[in-house]
Design a protein around this ligand. Sequence first.
Ligand code: SF4
Length: 301
Amino acid sequence: MDNLSKVFIAELEEGRLIEFVESVQPPRKISEKWVLIISTLAGCPVKCLMCDAGYYFKGKLSKEEMIAQIEYLVKDKFPSSEIKTEMLKIQFARLGEPAMNINVIDVLKWLPVRYEDINILPSVSSIAPKGFDLFFEKLIEVRQNLYSDKDFQMQFSIHTTDVEKRNKIIPVRKMTFEEMAVIGKKMYKNGFRKIALNFALMKDSPLEVSVLKKYFSPELFMLKITPVNPTYSKLRNEVESFFNAYEEDKNYLIDEIKSAGYDVILSIGEKDENLVGSNCGQFIVSHLNNDYKLCDGYTNV
Ligand code: SF4
């Protein structure tokens, strides 16, 4: 699976375990787009219902510890340090909620300096936790100033428009949809990609277009719909993916969202990535420590 994605596990000081990933996204070749997914925290305190990263939490990573993940992947793939790709996407999305680590801002500042000749696409994916205003203020500053002439991917993982269910899926204090819309508006830059609202859709977790319309303008926001990947947390918490339960309703839902004016990406991903354990919500250390082994995920670890 070396040509699709590869997960690396690193042990930092004090026995903190982190993971980072390099991947290509078929049909694109590495020469067109190369994706690095790095950890921002050692584990995650949020403990989303379907995510194995909540398995443990040992604090936030320093700027240097995040940079080391990027530099290691670059050296592993391109030993000469000459990165041969048209787009280098850096996702702050392996272990940890990035807003809980202000050092992510320093890495975002470092990237265009270190890789000045490369088309960098940073990607910040957040569950919008409450109480991290400074992070979002700085993020907006960086996006609007340092990346003013570049694309920048910002994603809020919402998962459902039902507030109570959202609280159950993401069990920490979070911003309201109004508060997220204000930040999204400030992050958006005309002419570049819209702010993504991510839904890892579960059975019985509604996605109501009327709620979306109330808070999120289709001019600024788009939707990304994904299945819930095979994880131990998903199994333990009896989470069922919407796509398994209501496969036939998928097209109806997408048509409804599109009719409301939203762009939609249906991001099913590569099944092989589930087997490698590189997909969202997966954490190989959790797999290694589990006596029971999943058969639809982590089998090629
Ligand atoms: S989905 Fe993100 S925020 Fe939730 S537990 Fe996993 S890493 Fe943390």
